[in-house]
Design a protein around this ligand. Sequence first.
Ligand SMILES: Cc1ncc(COP(=O)(O)O)c(C=O)c1O
Length: 392
Amino acid sequence: MNKSNPSLAINGGPKISEHNILIHVPFLDEDDFKAVETATRSTFVSGDGPDCRKFESMLCDYLGVKHVLFVNSATTALEMAFRVKNFPPGAEVICPDFTYTSTAIAALYNNLKIVLADVYPDNGSLDVTKLESYITDKTVAIAAVDYGGIPAEMDEIMSIARKHNLFVVHDTAQSLGSLYKGRKTGSQGDVSTFSFHGTKNLTTGEGGAFVTNDDSIAERVKILREKGTDKYSFLTDNKDRGYYEYIDIGNSYVQSNINGALGVAQMRKLDWMNSERKRIAEFYLQELAGIEGLEFPRITAGSEHNWHLFGILVDPDSRFWIMDALRAEGIMSNVHYTPLHRNRFYSNLSNDDAMPGSMRFYNRLLRLPIYPSLSEVEREWVVAGVKKIFLS
Ligand SMILES: Cc1ncc(COP(=O)(O)O)c(C=O)c1O
């Protein structure tokens, strides 16, 4: 790599792509627009409508689980995941240092204490060899995260959890469609939580899903997400008393039927959208293999990636320069997740020395554009841009 090469756009040379190739674009087509229009025209625009129920049932089939409850974000699904067990205030939750803030704030919202855990330096996933060292007599739960769509080592995590009688919240926000040991992610933990935010493989604009095979947990969440009322069973069974009752605490976490309709339309093409991502990933993997100073995050053994994100691992000292050089070429690369302890809000919980895996992964990671609408020529320009920078 010759950083002063004059042919690089960062040094004034010609750009690989005249337009900026964005890092993410949601895939939305005519079917999505029609579905939203139809739902809007139906005038059933409030929450937990027929399209929401249909989306939930499609997701149940897709994931092979008993209960999917559509909510307004993965963050609220996570918040309820920690609420359903009524853990005592101050009880401890083990949370990866390398994750989005939602995993941790969901537990904090429930007056629980976060204990940060280190991750593998080569893929950002919970380092199970260190996991037991964080368990104390106050630990009640483990949060596992599928970073970028790469499944966490759920068998190992579940076996440690069962040994110590701990609840497992699986933050699958990014891994819709990934496989772990032949099964879709979403059925391995006690509860799983997906995100349908605009950046995800399937989007409902904003949105999330609370997923579980536990009937009593699902019943509680139906109430929690509907302001503490039993409106869910009122809508389903239309009981004779003609009103629904306030039976618990809760909040308004249901999703509009408009979002439900979008979810149904997106579900119909999810496999195709994920296969397009896979095609791009395979192209990048093949074209960028063997370049000195460039590696790929490790995919967990026995799993399949949904290619939510495509990461490359580079020299930490050159990472920001490479990012700027790519952007100058018209390729919108970016870094990701600043480790939790590096953020003001979590800075008292740990430090760089205690989180070597998290720091190493963070310092080496760069993301490249990947999404179904990335054109063939844009895919080639991404590869050409990376090669231009690394091989100059
Ligand atoms: C690991 C993880 N958990 C939770 C979330 C929050 O998702 P939402 O925006 O749907 O609340 C995200 C968002 O990207 C995430 O990456």
